[in-house]
Structures are given as structure tokens and as C-alpha cells.
Write a protein that binds this ligand. Structure first.
Ligand code: HEM
Ligand SMILES: *[C@@H]1O[C@H](CO)[C@@H](O)[C@H](O)[C@H]1NC(C)=O
Ligand SMILES: *[C@@H]1O[C@H](CO)[C@@H](O)[C@H](O)[C@H]1NC(C)=O
Ligand SMILES: *[C@@H]1O[C@H](CO)[C@@H](O)[C@H](O)[C@H]1NC(C)=O
Ligand SMILES: *[C@@H]1O[C@H](CO)[C@@H](O)[C@H](O)[C@H]1NC(C)=O
Ligand SMILES: CC(=O)N[C@H]1CO[C@H](CO)[C@@H](O)[C@@H]1O
Length: 355
């Protein structure tokens, strides 16, 4: 009897530990540590107004990534640009904005992918059909960034929602001031990030976004001609196959080891002096960031934890909430002004000859 109880208990223990293993913490969004949420943002903001929101976004992207995995990188970078310039208010989407697809006014935005803008508009159309116009474009951008990470093999984290869309274009100067160029060293990167309330850990973790996607030769060919001595010699000659001279329009992958997988190999690249930009490689040179780079290269779970924390922090930069801003009807354009709305109303009244 005692023996049977004992084996029953150990079976129970075995079953419990198996259950724990199958609920692997890496895939459980609740197991991550999140920064404090800004007032007005909530993980379940659309629970009653648009319960299908997150599945609409994920299903669209699952399908879209099958034909273009590069879209994941495009969407992740879009969220970063949106948040760094004037806050996560979807100003990056406005046609005619300094970093939007219209004027293409500032160097960093020239290379945002048109497919990413198109996907946001298509997803918003699906959401509007299901729920009406209740979800902001800024929230859609944040959700697509999360799914781009998780569907590429990265952490599946929770996104605080409730952002409102901005009413102002970002100026060219704003864009240039807040998005540091790839030629930046850590000192310059930190001063840009510190200005936004982000720290050294955030810099190293968020730069891990370069584990997917592409770069144009012009973003790093200053390190090939003349050759940067901090770059691995084999890697430099490998890059010169794609970028044989300065200023070609060719592109290459950001992470040479696993270009389309969201993992910690980007940091392994840095350890091997195979980072693409000065802004990447200098994090392994600078003593303030080097230990963090090494930790992430050794421990992917740690990288995922820190990435989640910093992404959620970044995703709350200068957000508009409550009654500030608006919910755009068209993510690429501000809603017509009140005056503009009044005109058709007057027209209708005129047509029905109320007077
Ligand atoms: C810390 C400062 C950063 C600098 C200087 C920087 C710079 C760049 C540059 C120059 C490119 C290549 C553009 C091109 O030539 O086409 C790029 C691509 C990319 N960046 Fe960053 N970046 C930074 C931070 C981030 C952050 C925080 C994220 C996201 C968390 C991110 C995600 C990406 C992605 C996914 C791509 C590939 C885009 C694509 O394939 O379309 N970057 N970045
Ligand atoms: C970092 O870059 C700035 C210019 O952007 C330069 O003034 C500074 O000397 C550089 N710092 C180091 C440590 O290389
Ligand atoms: C890159 O561009 C150059 C000139 O623009 C071209 O000659 C070369 O074939 C291209 N290389 C690759 C690998 O695409
Ligand atoms: C490459 O383009 C930059 C910017 O347009 C220009 O300043 C530079 O002179 C060009 N370099 C070469 C070698 O063509
Ligand atoms: C959305 O706005 C952009 C920019 O004004 C415009 O080009 C586009 O046609 C609009 N889309 C729709 C569906 O109205
Ligand atoms: C590299 C660069 O500056 N490209 C364009 C990006 O936007 C600015 C503003 O229009 C243009 O002057 C540049 O030609």
C-alpha cells in the first residue's frame, strides 16, 4: 500500500514536471517582466470593443510572411522609427511626413519598406470590417512588430494598447535628431537614447532587432572603403562581393548566421566582429556595452527577456491616450478637419431641402 502510494506520488510529480516543461516559459507571454504601463494603456484595452483584434493581425501576418519574410523586418523597423520620432503615434505612416512614404525627407526613412505601409493599411481595413473604427493605427503598428518578432522565432510578448494616432507630421529635423545614423558610436547612440528615457540595457537589447532584415551597402560601405580595422577580414571581403565599390544600391543581410530568424545570433556576429554597422560593432568595443553583448550571445533566454522589457518600454514613448489625438480612418492621412466634415453635412441638409 505504502509502495503504491509512493509510486502514485512520484507519477504525479513526473506528470507535473512534464506539464511544466510543455508550458515552456519562452512561449508564455505572462512569464516576462514588463515595465510599468503608461496611464491610459492596458494589455486588454480592446477586449470588449474588438476581441478579434490580435487574431486578425496574427492571421494576416502568418499568411503574408509565407510569401515575403522580409515584411517582418520591415514592420519591426517601422515601429522603432514611429516610436523614436515624436512618440508611438503612427506619424511615421502619414503620407508627407518626414519619415513616411510621401516626402521621404530624411535619410533614415528612405529605406522603410513600402510593403510594411501597405500591410498596415490592409490589416486596418480587416479590423474596421470586424469591429468598426475603434483601433488606432499606432496600436496596429505595435502589434505587427510583436508578431513579426514572435512569428520569426522570437518571444511572444504582451503589447499594451490604447495608443491614439497623432495629428502632427514629424519634421525632417525631428527625424534626423532622434534616429542616430549607423555610423554612430556608443557614446552618440547613448545620448540619443538617453534623450528618450532609454538606457544602456535598452540600447543593447533593442539593437538585437538587427537579427532579421536587410541593409543597403550605403548604410555601411564607409567601413569597407577604407576598411575598418575592427571588422573581421573574411567578413569584409565577403561584404565586398555584394558592395564592390562605394554607393551601390545592393543589399545584404543584417545577421549573416540566421538572417530570417529572430534569435541571439546577432550578438554572436558581434563577438566575431561581423557586425554590419559601426553602431552594431561598437557595442562590443565599448566597455559599457560589451558585457551585455557577451551575456546575450551566451544566453538567448536572457536576451528575449530583456528585449521584451525594452520593446514594451520603447512602445510607450510619448504615447497619446484618452481623448488626445484621434483614431485615423486612413492610416496614411489625418482625419479631415471638423470644418471639412461639416461641409458634406451642410451639403446633405441642402440636398434634402430641409430649409
Ligand atoms: C540603435 C540605433 C539603430 C540604428 C543606428 C539602426 C540603423 C539601421 C540601418 C542603417 C538599417 C538598414 C537600412 C537600410 O540600409 O536599408 C537598419 C535596419 C533595420 N533595423 Fe535598425 N537601427 C537601430 C535600431 C533599431 C531598433 C531599435 C530596431 C528594432 C527593435 C531595429 C530594427 C531594424 C530592422 C528589423 C532592420 C531591417 C529592416 C528591413 O529589412 O527592412 N533597428 N537599422
Ligand atoms: C564618438 O563619436 C563622436 C562623434 O559622433 C566623437 O566626437 C567621439 O570622439 C566618439 N567617441 C569615441 C569614444 O570614439
Ligand atoms: C552590386 O552592385 C554592383 C554595381 O552597382 C554590381 O556590379 C554587382 O553585380 C552587384 N553585386 C551583387 C552581388 O549584387
Ligand atoms: C557616394 O555618395 C555620397 C552621398 O551621395 C557622396 O557624398 C560621395 O561622394 C559618393 N562617393 C563615391 C565614391 O561615389
Ligand atoms: C489614404 O490616404 C492616402 C494619403 O492621403 C491616399 O493616397 C489614399 O488613397 C487613401 N486611401 C483610402 C483608401 O482612402
Ligand atoms: C540620403 C537623403 O538625405 N535622402 C533624402 C531623404 O530625405 C531628404 C530630404 O528630402 C532628402 O534631401 C534626401 O535627398
Amino acid at each position: 500500500m505504502a509502495a503504491r502510494t509512493c509510486s502514485f506520488v512520484s507519477l504525479l510529480l513526473l506528470a507535473t514536471s512534464l506539464a511544466v516543461i510543455s508550458l515552456s516559459p519562452a512561449t508564455n507571454a505572462d512569464s516576462y517582466t514588463y515595465p510599468p504601463l503608461q496611464k491610459g494603456l492596458d494589455f486588454s484595452y480592446y477586449k470588449s470593443t474588438c476581441p478579434q483584434l490580435e487574431s486578425i493581425v496574427k492571421n494576416y501576418l502568418k499568411k503574408a510572411f509565407k510569401s515575403d519574410i522580409g515584411l517582418a523586418a520591415g514592420l519591426l523597423r517601422l515601429h522603432f522609427h514611429d516610436c523614436f520620432v515624436q512618440g508611438c503615434d503612427a506619424s511615421v505612416l502619414l503620407d508627407g511626413s518626414a519619415s513616411g512614404p510621401g516626402e521621404k525627407q530624411a535619410p533614415p526613412n528612405l529605406t522603410l519598406r513600402p510593403a510594411a505601409f501597405k500591410a498596415i493599411n490592409e490589416i486596418r481595413a480587416l479590423i474596421d470590417k470586424a469591429c468598426g473604427r475603434v483601433v488606432s493605427c499606432a496600436d496596429v503598428v505595435a502589434l505587427t512588430a510583436r508578431d513579426s518578432v514572435s512569428l520569426s522565432g522570437g518571444p511572444n510578448y504582451k503589447v499594451p494598447l490604447g495608443r491614439r494616432d497623432g495629428l502632427n507630421f514629424a519634421s525632417r529635423d525631428d527625424t534626423l535628431a532622434n534616429l542616430p545614423p549607423p555610423s554612430s558610436n556608443v557614446t552618440k547612440l547613448l545620448s540619443a537614447l538617453n534623450g528618450l528615457g532609454l538606457d544602456t540595457n535598452d540600447l543593447v537589447a533593442l539593437s538585437g532587432g538587427h537579427t532579421i532584415g536587410l541593409a543597403h551597402c550605403t548604410s555601411f560601405d564607409d567601413r569597407l572603403f577604407p576598411q575598418d580595422p575592427t571588422m573581421n577580414k573574411w567578413f569584409a571581403s565577403h561584404l565586398k562581393l555584394t558592395c564592390p565599390v562605394k554607393n551601390t544600391t545592393n543589399t545584404t543581410v543584417n545577421d549573416i548566421r540566421t538572417p530570417n530568424t529572430f534569435d541571439n545570433k546577432y550578438y554572436v556576429d558581434l563577438l566575431n566582429r561581423q557586425g554590419l554597422f559601426t553602431s552594431d560593432q561598437d557595442m562590443y568595443t565599448d566597455s559599457r556595452t560589451k558585457p551585455i553583448v557577451i551575456d546575450f550571445a551566451k544566453n538567448q533566454d536572457l536576451f528575449f527577456q530583456k528585449f521584451v522589457y525594452s520593446m514594451v518600454k520603447m512602445g510607450q514613448l510619448s504615447v497619446l491616450t484618452g481623448t488626445n489625438g484621434e483614431i485615423r480612418a486612413n492610416c496614411s492621412a489625418k482625419n479631415p478637419s471638423r470644418f471639412g466634415i461639416l461641409q458634406p453635412v451642410i451639403q446633405i441638409i441642402g440636398d434634402t431641402q430641409l430649409f
